[in-house]
Design a protein around this ligand. Structure first.
Ligand SMILES: Nc1ncnc2c1ncn2[C@@H]1O[C@H](COP(=O)(O)OP(=O)(O)OP(=O)(O)O)[C@@H](O)[C@H]1O
Length: 258
């Protein structure tokens, strides 16, 4: 077992609620197709996320990253293809508390205060993380009494991240987790995500910050127009003789001409 340091309150022992087998990919999406509003949003998209690794999904605006996460968390059903989590269905994994999700926009009730929200979410899980220690780790006590609607963008992100983790999931989807965060907070979150990985948690995140993917990702998938354009480790992708941003630009389609 490894540990998430909670700062002055002491460590949080982070063992996923359901330990996963390290021998296979925890998440397997095969040939997903989905049409929304007459537009093909996912187009034969297949990818895996290995157990206890950080997988980054990169892609232009509108490429289908959030839609993919919605298919992996039971919010949307693909028209074709299948998502398996630990070999079972998405719904079974979600019902068993194996999955955490930090959406780009949370549906948090606007008047709720951060710690109230976390205590509420913790109450939905069998063995949640200690709320105070998690809040301490993410600096939530500084604005613990502020209603959600009055939080800054970065503060909302921190609360949403805590909400994704409080149930001690073994698979966490983070949709642009550090967008709007200052560099101090961003680096603290990177440290936390590395500790989660070291504890065996599987993380799939989206980001538009190439440096974030370079810092964190064990595996990168670049998606363009609903399909995987290229995948590999950062080192494998950079072996094309370019940095990750250059690889991204080469393998995706510009929506707007510079
Ligand atoms: N419910 C819906 N009905 C119709 N179109 C939708 C729906 N949800 C998403 N889309 C469309 O699907 C496409 C992909 O959206 P998605 O949010 O998955 O992109 P994304 O890769 O996460 O983009 P970003 O990087 O900007 O967050 C967009 O063109 C979007 O307008």
């Amino acid at each position: 077992m490894s540990v998430v340091d909670a700062g002055p309150q002491g460590p949080i022992a982070y063992t996923p609620a359901v330990p996963s087998s390290a021998s296979s990919p925890l998440l397997q999406a095969v040939d997903l197709r989905l049409v929304l509003g007459g537009r093909t949003v996912l187009d034969a998209l297949s990818l895996t996320a290995q157990t206890g690794r950080i997988t980054a999904l990169l892609g232009p605006n509108g490429a289908g990253k959030t839609t993919f996460i919605r298919c992996c968390t039971g919010i949307l059903d693909p028209d074709e293809g299948d998502v398996r989590i630990a070999g079972g269905s998405v719904r079974a994994a979600v019902a068993a508390g194996r999955v955490g999700v930090m959406p780009q926009e949370s549906g948090a009730w606007s008047g709720i205060r951060p710690l109230e929200m976390l205590h509420h979410l913790a109450g939905l899980h069998a063995s949640p993380l200690p709320v105070d220690a998690l809040a301490e780790r993410l600096g939530l006590h500084d604005f613990a009494r502020t209603p959600y609607r009055r939080l800054s963008g970065g503060q909302k992100q921190a609360v949403n991240l805590a909400g994704a983790l409080v149930g001690r999931p073994e698979l966490v989807f983070l949709d642009e987790p550090t967008s709007g965060m200052d560099p101090h907070t961003r680096r603290a979150v990177w440290g936390l995500l590395r500790e989660l990985r070291d504890s065996g948690v599987t993380v799939l995140l989206t980001t538009h910050a190439m440096g974030e993917a370079e810092q964190l990702a064990d595996q990168v998938h670049i998606v363009d127009a609903g399909r995987i354009s290229i995948s590999g480790t950062v080192a494998e992708l950079a072996s094309e003789g370019a940095d990750l941003e250059e690889v991204f630009l080469r393998h995706t389609t510009a929506r707007i001409r510079p």
